[in-house]
Design a protein around this ligand. Structure first.
Ligand code: B12
Ligand code: SF4
Length: 467
């Protein structure tokens, strides 16, 4: 079987993301005896999408097409941009140029598969990890069998879409390095992508935490499933040698937990002495100086603490499993080890007030991260605790999840917003050494945030142009 895998993501903020997902699928397909080629549309302008897909199909003549959907949108409350318009164009071009079955998949697809299939009129999709599913579909087509047994498969049956449990690789320890994908060299050009190009690599799949708004456990599974440290280092070596990659982004939900796995991976990196650096998302639990120093020795340049809040009340509200004391301890360990620290905040959740924001900023003052990112408004995703909570409220609006629904606590009216804004502005002025990045224009915050607890971003959805 000849399989064409199309990576549709063209988002470039806050940074570019090499389409690692399709690279894993390509390896799995080729290792199973099929042919597989990747078409990456990341650098194509709007008016070239259709043409590039048509040309690739004409040249390759695939028997099966996989379309990867990484981002439904940019998840940004006050500067919303939807991406499904791109996927619609790609699907249309596939259908016009080929009779091969077209299967949708990817992290964003797995979040709302039925809604996406319906809005795009798609016939086939796979939720979860694509390796076992795409191999099963390609095998079945090659042998003239029905594809119905493929794990994670969703099929259109008349007007409805049949659903399925997410596909999972049975043994993540067996996931080997993508060996055939040569990423576009522009991903690693500082002139094109900015000063810090990275290549995404996974050391595990899944997340055992249950933060109230987060869909990752439903995308990757609710347990940590670990890759072999030797395979991870092989992958880093391979990508370094193939594409000259010097900096990696560890894409795990949380890198430092389970702690013994993080230690095993870092010890393997230290022994391999690859001469590369990396950054990772991390959680403040179970930090000590030994761990932070091992990270540094293994090449850790930056740790991004996905804190969301810096006061215990909001940490509890968002179902984070750590406290302000854990944040302060982990930050101090990372600082002593000489690692750059990013603290990320997500403001506006249930119970947020000007007072909780002020206390969060006090914690940031004590921690003094190198970079502080502040997002406002929480994107509501299906099946998360936040979504369940909203669903159980009396008189809740009928939510169309493909519309970008953002949660902002209803108590945050204009006056409260003004106070929050003033405290953020004051923080920025009094902390010139901390680089503060906001995903909203502070000037518009007051005007944009209504007193309603749920905001539906204007003009979201499939029809919206990507940029
Ligand atoms: C790491 C990460 C980042 C890093 C990327 C760093 C890098 N150099 O790659 C950074 C911080 C830069 C980032 C930025 C953004 N991200 Co991000 N990111 C992630 C994260 C945690 C992991 C993605 C990843 O690389 N996974 C590893 C690869 C191997 O897995 P995969 O691509 O999912 O592929 C597997 C399956 O999906 C499937 N599959 C993939 N394609 C296909 C195709 C077919 C046909 C099939 C059958 C299967 C299939 O099989 C693959 C192998 O098992 C995900 C959450 C998650 N767990 O998915 C969010 C996530 C994808 N990001 C998200 C978003 C929104 C963004 C941003 C738009 C905004 C933001 N908040 O920063 C930007 C966009 C950047 C860009 N250029 O696209 C959202 C998307 C949801 C949405 N609204 O659409 C997610 C889901 C997070 C969330 N909220 O839960 N991100
Ligand atoms: S926010 Fe991070 S730790 Fe919490 S559930 Fe999501 S991925 Fe896991």
């Amino acid at each position: 079987m000849k399989v064409l895998l199309i990576a549709t993501n063209r988002e470039r903020r806050p940074s570019f993301a090499v389409p690692a997902g399709v690279a894993y699928l390509q390896t799995a397909l080729i290792d199973a005896g099929h042919e597989a080629r990747i078409l990456d549309l990341c650098f194509d302008p709007d008016d070239r999408l259709e043409g590039r897909v048509t040309e690739a199909i004409g040249e390759y003549g695939p028997d099966l097409i996989g379309v990867s959907v990484r981002n439904i949108d940019n998840e940004t409350y006050l500067q919303y941009r939807g991406n499904l318009g791109d996927v619609k164009i790609v699907l249309g071009a596939c259908r016009a140029a080929s009779a091969a079955p077209v299967v949708l998949g990817g992290s964003a697809f797995s979040l709302m598969p039925v809604e996406i299939m319906n809005v795009l009129g798609a016939d086939l999709g796979v939720i979860g990890e694509g390796e076992p599913a795409m191999v099963a579909i390609a095998d079945a087509l090659a042998e003239g069998r029905p594809i119905t047994d493929a794990p994670g498969l969703l099929r259109r049956e008349g007007t409805r879409v049949s659903v399925s449990e997410p596909a999972r690789v049975s043994d993540p320890g067996s996931i080997v390095a993508p060996r055939y994908f040569v990423p576009d060299s522009r991903y690693f050009s500082t002139q094109v992508v900015g000063p810090q190009p990275t290549y995404g690599i996974q050391t595990k799949r899944g997340c055992a935490f249950r933060c109230s708004y987060c869909p990752v456990p439903s995308i990757e599974g609710k347990r940590f499933r670990l890759r072999s440290p030797a395979h991870i280092v092989d992958e880093m070596r391979h990508v370094r040698d193939l594409a000259g990659v010097k900096r990696f982004f560890i894409t795990d939900s949380i890198f430092n937990l389970p702690r013994r796995h993080a230690i095993a991976v870092c010890e393997e990196m230290v022994a391999a002495d690859l001469g590369v650096t990396w950054m990772a998302y991390t959680n403040p639990l179970q930090y000590d100086d030994d761990l932070a120093l091992l990270f540094k020795r293994a090449g850790c340049e930056t740790l991004n603490f996905g804190l969301d809040a810096g006061c215990d009340e909001m940490l509890t509200s968002l179902q984070k499993d750590f406290t302000v004391a854990d944040i302060e301890n982990a930050t101090a360990c990372a600082r002593r080890a000489g690692v750059r620290i990013i603290h990320s905040l997500l403001l506006g959740g249930p119970g947020e007030t000007a007072d909780t924001v002020a206390r969060t900023l006090d914690t940031m003052d004590r921690c003094a991260p190198d970079i502080l990112t502040i997002a406002f408004g929480i994107r509501v995703y299906p099946k998360t605790p936040l979504w369940q909570d909203i669903g159980s409220r009396p008189g809740r609006p009928d939510l169309d999840m493909l519309q970008a629904v953002f949660y902002v606590d209803e108590a945050l009216g204009p006056a409260e917003c003004r106070t929050i804004l003033r405290s953020i502005e004051e923080f920025v002025e009094t902390h010139p050494k901390i680089m503060v990045r906001m995903n909203f224009d502070p000037k518009n915050l007051e005007a944009e945030v209504s007193t309603s607890s749920l905001r539906i971003s204007a003009q979201a959805g499939a029809g919206r142009k990507a940029r």
